[in-house]
Design a protein around this ligand. Structure first.
Ligand SMILES: [Zn+2]
Ligand SMILES: [Zn+2]
Length: 232
């Protein structure tokens, strides 16, 4: 079922046609979750119970640090560290190898992130709603064809979700449409990066730079890398 909570931001991201639309949606979800956790949610006991147990991945710890909300982060760390101390002690009464049970708990902790899980809950629905929109809305099909590209990770996920979500005929059209977008962009990008490299050949010394000047940043962005740099 289409849900407005998702179709509105999806339509906005697809209308912007600025890079991979799912990267833009991820960034928005991530921003919302980070400001919630460093703001209103942080002192809620139910939330704290979960953050104490799950903790955060490296990326999200770093992003919370960079948000410069020092006290909320410190309070969260205080109760999380207390929980981690308990977590990393092997059970007193167990026949299991102590080292092994500590390793298991440490691995579980290192792989869990409160923010990643919250994002994933919504992100999954973004993909299924983006498939339903393709099925039910001809305007959306036109928007899809107008995308610059999809990064490989989200290209894969959109295709896989569509295979399960769309009727067979629609799925075939979807694959044709999305491939056309992706393959045209890859051809363009390959040409640009080729021209960028040529500029370093003495035959081309002194030639003015054109669109190929941004080819490295464009290629990194295609692979989903947000360098934070602006093209000059
Ligand atoms: Zn992406
Ligand atoms: Zn995370």
């Amino acid at each position: 079922m289409l849900e407005k909570l998702y179709t509105i931001p999806i339509n906005e991201a697809f209308e912007a046609a600025d890079g991979c639309p799912f990267c833009a949606l991820y960034k928005k979800l991530e921003g919302d979750e980070l400001s919630l956790i460093l703001g209103a949610s942080m002192m809620e006991p139910d939330v704290r119970e979960v953050t104490n147990k799950k903790g955060f991945c490296r990326d999200h710890f770093l992003k919370m640090h960079k948000a410069q909300k020092r006290l909320p982060l410190a309070l969260m760390l205080e109760s999380h560290l207390a929980e981690v101390q308990k977590m990393l002690k092997p059970p007193a009464l167990s026949l299991k190898d102590k080292g092994e049970s500590i390793a298991q708990s440490a691995k579980k902790l290192s792989e869990s992130c409160y923010v990643c899980d919250r994002i994933e809950f919504h992100f999954e629905k973004m993909f299924s709603n983006a498939c339903l929109l393709y099925d039910q809305d001809s305007d959306f099909r036109a928007k899809l064809k107008n995308q610059p590209y999809f990064c490989p990770e989200h290209y894969a996920r959109y295709l896989a979700t569509a295979k399960a979500a769309l009727p067979k005929r629609r799925y075939t059209d979807f694959v044709d449409d999305i491939r056309e977008v992706e393959e045209a962009y890859l051809a363009k990008l390959s040409d640009l990066i080729g021209r960028f490299c040529q500029k370093f050949d003495y035959h081309h010394a002194g030639e003015a730079w054109g669109e190929e000047k941004g080819a490295v940043l464009d290629s990194l962005a295609f692979f989903g890398v947000d360098t934070g740099e602006k093209k000059k």
